[in-house]
Design a protein around this ligand. Structure first.
Ligand SMILES: *Cc1c(COP(=O)(O)O)cnc(C)c1O
Length: 371
C-alpha cells in the first residue's frame, strides 16, 4: 500500500463539483480543537456567512456535520411527529426520499406528483392544502438534481403559508446557484449541501430553521427519535454565546474549507454568482444545441446548474461516460432512477461553472461522440 494520489479530474456531474485551490488549501491548515476559542470564532463566522448565502436572519443557521442527506433527515426528524400529515411534491428522486423520511418518522405523506423533468405544480400543492386542512407541513425540492427541474419555491411557500403549513425545502443544488431567499419567501426549514454550487468538499449540510419551526421542535409531544440530529441538543454546540458544550466532534478541517468557500461566495457576491451560473448555462446550451442535443426539461423550468440531456440515439451511456473519464479526465453524471441509461446530467456548479470548463466539456463531448 502506498499513499493515494487521485487523478486530477474536471467534475461536471451532479456533484461533487470542482473545488477551488483556495478551499483545498484551507482544508490542509493545522487541526485545532472543536472547542478552541479560535475555532468557535470561526464557527460564528460560518453562521454569519451561511445567513448571507441563505438570505436569512434565522438564528439557527448552521452546518450539520454530515452530507445533504443528513440535512434532509434533520428537517424531517425534528419537525415530523407520528400522525402528522405532510404534503410532499415528488418530481424526481429527492422528492421520493422526502416521502421515505416522512413515513419513517411516522408521518402521513400526501403526495403531489409531477412528471420527472418538470417542476412541482403550485396549483396542485394548493389543491392538496385545500383537501387536507389538517396538514402540518409542505415539503418539496427546489432544484431536483435527478432531472434538472427548478420549482417555484416562492410560489409554493406562499401557498403553504396561506394554508397554515410549515415548509421544508431541499436546497442542496440551489444554494449558491440560483436565486434563493429564505426570509423573503417564508421558508421555515431548509437544508443544503456543500459539494454542489458552493464548490466545497462533500460531507457537510448547511441548514436554517425559522423561529416558528424551532418552536415546533421545542414543543414536540415526543422525543426526536434521532439523538445525533436532535436540534434541541445540537444547539448546545452550535448555538450562540461563548458557552458551547460538547455534542460531537465537528469535522474541523472540512469546516475550514466551508468557511473559505463561503468567503469566496461573499467576495464574488451572491447575485453575481447566480448570474454566472445563468450565463454559463446559456453558453453550454448554445454549444449543445449546435451538436443537436436536446434538453429533458422545458426551457422555463430548467436549472442552469444541472443540465439533463437525452443521450443521442445509438450511443452507449456507460461507454461514452467511460471515455470522457479515461481520455479526458472529465466526469459527467448518469441518469438516475427512471432516467438511467437515457439521460446525462451535466453539472455547471460552483467552480465548474466557468467558461473554460464549459468549452472543454463541449469539445470533449464532441470528440467522443464523433469517434
Ligand atoms: C445531492 C443531493 C442530496 C443529497 O446530498 P448528499 O450530500 O449526497 O447526501 C439531496 N437532495 C438533492 C436535491 C441533491 O442534489
Amino acid at each position: 500500500m502506498q499513499s493515494f494520489n487521485p487523478p486530477v479530474r474536471t467534475l461536471m456531474g451532479p456533484g461533487p463539483s470542482d473545488i477551488h485551490p483556495r478551499v483545498l488549501a484551507a482544508m490542509a491548515r493545522p487541526t485545532i480543537g472543536h472547542l478552541d476559542p479560535e475555532f468557535i470564532g470561526m464557527m460564528d463566522e460560518i453562521k454569519e456567512l451561511l445567513k448571507y448565502a441563505f438570505q436569512t436572519e434565522n438564528e439557527l443557521t448552521m452546518p450539520v456535520s454530515a452530507p445533504g442527506s443528513a440535512g434532509m433527515e434533520t428537517c424531517f426528524v425534528n419537525l415530523v411527529e407520528p400522525g402528522d400529515k405532510v404534503i410532499v411534491g415528488i418530481n424526481g428522486v429527492f422528492g421520493m426520499r422526502m416521502k421515505e423520511n416522512i413515513e419513517r418518522f411516522g408521518g402521513e405523506a400526501i403526495v403531489v406528483a409531477d412528471d420527472w423533468g418538470t417542476a412541482v405544480t403550485p396549483a396542485k400543492v394548493e389543491e392538496a392544502c385545500k383537501n387536507n386542512p389538517d396538514a402540518k407541513i409542505v415539503a418539496f425540492v427546489h432544484a431536483e438534481t435527478s432531472t434538472g427541474a427548478r420549482s417555484d419555491a416562492q410560489a409554493i411557500c406562499k401557498i403553504a403559508q396561506d394554508n397554515g403549513c410549515l415548509t421544508i425545502v431541499d436546497a442542496v443544488t440551489s444554494l449558491g446557484g440560483i436565486e434563493l431567499k429564505v426570509d423573503d419567501w417564508g421558508i421555515d426549514a431548509i437544508y443544503s449541501g456543500t459539494q454542489k454550487c458552493l464548490s466545497c468538499v462533500p460531507g457537510i449540510s448547511p441548514i436554517s430553521f425559522s423561529e416558528k419551526a424551532l418552536d415546533v421542535v421545542r414543543n414536540r409531544k415526543t422525543k426526536v427519535p434521532s439523538w445525533f440530529l436532535d436540534l434541541n441538543l445540537v444547539i448546545g454546540y452550535w448555538g450562540g454565546g461563548a458557552k458551547r458544550a460538547y455534542h460531537h466532534t465537528a469535522p474541523v478541517n472540512a469546516l475550514y474549507a466551508l468557511h473559505e468557500s463561503l468567503v469566496m461566495l461573499k467576495e464574488e457576491g451572491l447575485e453575481n454568482t447566480w448570474a454566472r451560473h445563468a450565463e454559463m448555462h446559456e453558453m453550454f446550451k448554445a454549444g449543445l444545441q449546435e451538436m443537436g442535443m436536446e434538453f429533458v426539461v422545458p426551457e422555463d423550468q430548467r436549472l442552469p446548474e444541472l443540465n439533463s440531456v437525452w443521450i443521442p440515439q445509438g450511443f452507449d451511456d456507460a461507454e461514452i461516460r467511460g471515455k470522457l473519464l479515461s481520455e479526458y479526465n472529465l466526469e459527467i453524471g448518469a441518469g438516475l432512477g427512471d432516467f438511467a441509461g437515457k439521460v446525462w446530467r451535466i453539472g455547471l456548479m460552483g467552480d465548474s461553472a466557468r467558461k473554460e470548463k464549459v468549452l472543454f466539456c463541449l469539445a470533449a463531448l464532441k470528440a467522443v461522440l464523433n469517434k
